[in-house]
Design a protein around this ligand. Sequence first.
Ligand code: N1C
Length: 260
Amino acid sequence: IYKWYRSGLNRWHGPGSTPDFQDIIEDRCYNYTQRIRPDSRSRNCQEIKQAFMSAFISKDPCKATKEDYRRLIDLADPTVPCNKRVLWSKTKELAREYAKLRGLVTLEDTLLGFLADGLHWCGEPGSPDLNTWSCPDWEKDCRTNYRSVFWKVLSERFAESACGTVQVLLNGSLENAFDEMSIFGRVEAPNLKPMVTLQVWLVHDPGKPPRDSCSGSSITKLKSILSERNVRFICRDNLRTRLPILSNIRRLRKQPCGLF
Ligand code: N1C
């Protein structure tokens, strides 16, 4: 019976739920609401944790819907300013450093983004527990898994409610800095509001020659998606910085032509 049980829980190709998921959510929630953003102190962390758990516990891990997260999102709707948003694709650490230095915000600066950052979670029909053996992988198992749907819903809301100038850091050390299949490509860029300006920063590793540029085909594709939506577009490339961890951020900040 144990063997059967284990093989059932082990059938997905992605990492299993993060151990102590519930405790991490709770700790992060108190940390965020009391220390990081004390203006959000009125949020009820117990209720938020319960809403998160009941979104996916005992459910088929491949049948996540937006609806499943509705209650959680209602409880923790972000209040970050609409004109200070930073998006990213394959440049997460750098984007966060950049946002911090410029007083801007990424999705991980909102309560829900902060709670779920770097975690994995999924349940199992008929079980009150998280599956810590494996969770569905986006490519190999199913796209409608609870983690993907979560980031999709959050990213969509973050992008569609943005205003003014939105910045995005893309990775110019890749062949296609703009990846149509990424969350930025599928969800965020196509949901920006007309009249928003998207400022693209194409950054690349100083140790390597850039592989993509503002005039390359992937960025041209992005430009056309945006122009259909009446989103204004500015692109700057040849910005050298270490990816993904930025060790020389302070030095770059002092350079007049650098990203900072
Ligand atoms: O698929 P991506 O990047 O283009 O998604 C990034 C894009 C950002 O602008 C964020 O606003 O979408 C948002 N976002 C997150 O904030 C986030 N935090 C953690 C999307 N995904 C996020 N994750 C996880 O990293 C999630 O599991 C997702 O699949 C990856 C995104 O990686 P990417 O391809 O570099």
